[in-house]
Ligand binder design. Structure first.
Ligand SMILES: NC(=O)c1ccc[n+]([C@@H]2O[C@H](COP(=O)([O-])OP(=O)(O)OC[C@H]3O[C@@H](n4cnc5c(N)ncnc54)[C@H](O)[C@@H]3O)[C@@H](O)[C@H]2O)c1
Length: 322
């Protein structure tokens, strides 16, 4: 048998590049599809083939059809929640219509490509129960970004049920780690790292007691690789093939700032600014399902992960200015 093949959309981005690295390490032939709108060429692993195209393009559809990949990890997206509020149509064009372009290509070719969609846990569930949120909790996305992710999850269930496609949704917490962009859901870690390196104060919105589930990018990439090879029940309804990928632990912004300042050996002050409207006070994901069905659990503790991330930003800065 030949090597298994994987397409990673958004593989020049933060999480996608970690997914590509791990798939290569697991022996996959990896092709990356990315339009470099926020991704960077330097994130591309040398062993991967790179196709520069938009997910909405005929080239992307042809690649998916002709590549007959064993697995497609679909991470390419418009990831900026605030931009989705300012321009919901742009968000929907990329995140819904772009995804449908790829899904139709999967549907109309004969190979059994497993589609692993990068969804969100942090922007999907309503504020109905105390955290951690399980997969079955009612959905109540606040912003067009989360609405589009939920819409795609409904489409995945539809493609599974009606067309027999093999689809999975991974709902990430706030992902952080090396190569992180400051604009994503967990952008605060990248912003704080840069501020600490500049010797500036850390700005916290509100009183800093608001919590999030911060999950390390390497752990998220490992979940993608596990799912790529897992045997799973047939896809059916929304939630059936969805897995929360987080830690189950709530970390406050104050604790995050303190941990990063320790990692940096810095005594930078924290400045408090007015809370942002519409922000959830508490959020964490129940990850028992991923543990039970996939045998996945997060390996990297928040202090280790933040220290590693800070080291990466520090080395990256040093390299950039050397
Ligand atoms: N960062 C988080 O905390 C987080 C949390 C939940 C879900 N996610 C999801 O994970 C995925 C990856 O996010 P990330 O944080 O690595 O962001 P990122 O911006 O670093 O990666 C997205 C990649 O997609 C590419 N891209 C964007 N639009 C494209 C298009 N139209 N055609 C082709 N490529 C395109 C970008 O160039 C970039 O390389 C996204 O789907 C995001 O919604 C991220």
């Amino acid at each position: 048998m030949g090597r298994k093949s994987a397409l990673v959309t958004g593989g020049a981005g933060f999480i996608g590049s970690h997914v590509a690295d791990r798939l290569l390490a697991a022996g996959y032939d990896v092709t990356i599809l990315d339009n470099l709108s926020s991704g960077r060429r330097e994130n591309l692993p040398v062993a991967a083939r790179f196709v520069e195209a938009d997910i909405s393009s005929p080239e992307a559809a042809a690649l998916v059809r002709e590549g007959a990949f064993d697995v497609m990890c679909h991470l390419a997206a418009q990831i900026d929640v605030r931009r989705s509020v300012e321009d919901p149509a742009f968000d929907a064009r990329v995140n819904i219509l772009g995804t449908l372009n790829l899904m139709e290509a999967v549907r109309t070719h004969s190979a059994a490509t497993r589609v692993i969609f990068s969804s969100t846990g942090g922007a999907l569930y309503g504020d109905f129960a105390a955290p951690p949120s399980g997969e079955l909790l009612a959905k109540d996305p606040e912003a067009p970004y989360g609405i589009a992710k939920l819409a795609v999850e409904y489409y995945l269930a539809y493609y599974g049920r009606v067309h027999g496609l093999d689809t999975v949704a991974l709902r990430y917490g706030n992902v952080y780690g090396p190569r992180q962009d400051p604009h994503g859901e967990a952008g605060v870690v990248a912003i704080f790292c840069n501020r600490l390196l500049d010797g500036r104060a850390l700005t916290v919105f509100g009183d800093g007691t608001q919590t999030r589930d911060y999950v390390y990018a390497g752990d998220v990439a490992a979940a993608n690789v596990l799912v790529a090879g897992a045997s799973l029940p047939a896809p059916a309804r929304l939630d059936a093939r969805a897995f929360n990928i987080g830690t189950g632990v709530e970390t406050s912004v104050n604790a995050l700032a303190a941990s990063l300042a320790r990692a940096a050996g810095s005594d930078a002050p924290i400045e408090y600014a007015p809370a942002r409207a519409g922000e959830l006070q508490r959020s964490a994901l129940d990850v028992h399902k991923a543990q039970e069905v996939l045998g996945w659990s997060p390996r990297v503790s928040i202090d280790e992960g933040l220290a590693e991330t800070y080291r990466w930003f520090a080395a990256h800065r040093a390299g950039a200015t050397a």
